[in-house]
Ligand binder design. Structure first.
Ligand code: SF4
Length: 429
């Protein structure tokens, strides 16, 4: 039985397309960048909800695509991302199949989700709709190197970032800006509007649902507790729609927060207000005061966090508010909406189930900076040569919601290649 999931670095299976990164140690690029925009000052005083409504009504705005899907976009996307036949073969056989010395077991839920597929389709259609214009992406469209490289090859460039600042000055009048599946902060949208550019918005509808949630918190004067990573593009965008907010990364931070709410009555982990503000320095709205701003709270999430974790954090916060204010007063102090996408959780559950099978190892395929892919990794990380056992091997394959099927297939083909070289070297002895 495979007791832990391990990662190894393997090189590209096909020379044409680099594999989605599979790294263990080695130098790791910063996963997330907190960016601020340069250029004309973007006002943050406007009501984000009203602004977005106006933004979406502009004639230079599109979030549905351009009707080219059945033409070349579909064909090009299939060529770039669809699996040729290995994934299909696995699916036909209950997600398990043996090719010579390699048996593959595929996680039931794996790879690209609906929201990512939709974002890519719209971006591909934008290239076709605007064949000669400059097209910019406000961020990586998703956290997958293969996908971002493909778009770059199509002339879709990411707005550069210098010393933590997004260089929006590179975008000129008449250019096209594609907003990534993670969305964009309000100030950035405002700045782009001033620049008179064509906007193609691929924000996943589940992400904009979270924006509506924090807007409702704001309307009711509840502080948004956002379960996410404060510098992740999606959370930066979500926070820009919130009023008062605090971002908690995990249960440890949520417990600290709740302990503070309960005056040390949860587990004693919190201490002074100064220590609280230092701990959440980068993760709170301007002027945040934990003594006043935690009296009325609601919970929202970064969609790539695990659903179960967000639900547990929500329960902990709700219980803490009940303890503080009484069950009868909970609705005045806690508000909850269900906006959690299952995409990341389903893939994690499937990976967990896969790890219970008889396997020699599991390969997790996806971008190193992909939050949903990283959530599939548990257990010890090791780096080693000769990582593939000799002889017959049974491999589990898992993949995050931003991983195209073609990447998964490329990894499997690479394993076949290594095994065939092994056979060859044995024959040569
Ligand atoms: S995992 Fe969910 S929220 Fe994230 S892109 Fe996919 S569908 Fe959208």
């Amino acid at each position: 039985m495979a007791s832990c999931v391990q990662f190894w670095r393997i090189s590209s299976a096909r020379t044409e397309i680099p594999l989605t990164e599979m790294r263990v140690f080695g130098r790791r690029m910063p996963s997330f960048l907190r960016c601020s925009v340069t250029g004309e000052a973007a006002s943050s005083e406007l009501d984000p909800k009203v602004f977005r409504h106006e933004f979406m009504r502009r004639k230079e705005y599109n979030r549905k695509g351009f009707g080219h899907h059945e033409e070349t976009s579909l064909e090009r996307m299939s060529r770039d991302y669809a699996s040729e036949n290995i994934i299909e073969k696995l699916k036909e056989n209950g997600n398990e199949y043996r090719w010579g010395e390699v048996s593959v077991k595929l996680a039931e839920a794996h790879g690209i989700c609906w929201g990512v597929d939709r974002a890519l389709r719209i971006a591909y259609e934008a290239r076709q709709q605007f064949p000669t214009q400059n097209i910019w992406l406000n961020n990586q469209i998703i956290h997958n190197p293969t996908v971002n490289q493909r778009l770059e090859e199509m002339g879709v460039k990411i707005i550069p970032v210098k010393e933590g600042k997004k260089q929006v000055d590179v975008v000129g009048k008449g250019d096209v800006v594609v907003l990534s599946a993670f969305g964009a902060p309000v100030d950035e949208m405002k700045l782009l509007t001033q620049k008179n550019v064509e906007i193609v918005d691929t924000t996943c509808p589940w992400v904009s649902k979270v924006w509506h949630t924090v807007e409702k918190h704001k309307k009711g004067e509840y502080t948004s507790i956002i379960h996410g990573k404060y510098a992740h593009e999606e959370t930066v965008a979500t926070a820009s729609f919130a009023g008062k907010y605090i971002i908690v990364r995990d249960m440890e931070e949520a417990s600290y927060l709740c302990d503070y709410i309960l005056g040390g009555g949860l587990n004693g982990s919190s201490s002074t207000k100064e220590a609280f503000l230092e701990k959440f320095n980068d993760a709170v709205s301007r002027g945040f005061d934990p003594d006043k701003d935690l009296e009325k709270v609601g919970v929202a999430n970064q969609t790539t966090m695990l659903k179960r974790d967000t639900e547990e954090i929500g329960k902990l916060v709700e219980n803490s508010m009940m303890r503080n204010y009484g069950v009868e007063n909970i609705s005045k102090h806690f508000i909850s909406f269900n906006t959690i996408c299952d995409g990341a959780q389903e893939r994690q559950d499937a990976t967990q189930k896969l790890a219970e099978k008889e396997l020699d190892l599991i390969l997790v395929v996806g971008g190193w900076n992909s939050s949903n892919t990283l959530s599939l990794q548990h257990g010890e990380l090791v780096e080693k040569e000769e990582w593939l056992p000799k002889g017959h091997v049974t491999i589990g394959i898992a993949a995050g919601a931003s991983t195209p099927h073609k990447d998964i297939e490329d990894v499997i083909v690479k394993v076949f290649q290594i095994k065939s070289e092994e056979d060859y070297s044995h024959a040569a002895i």
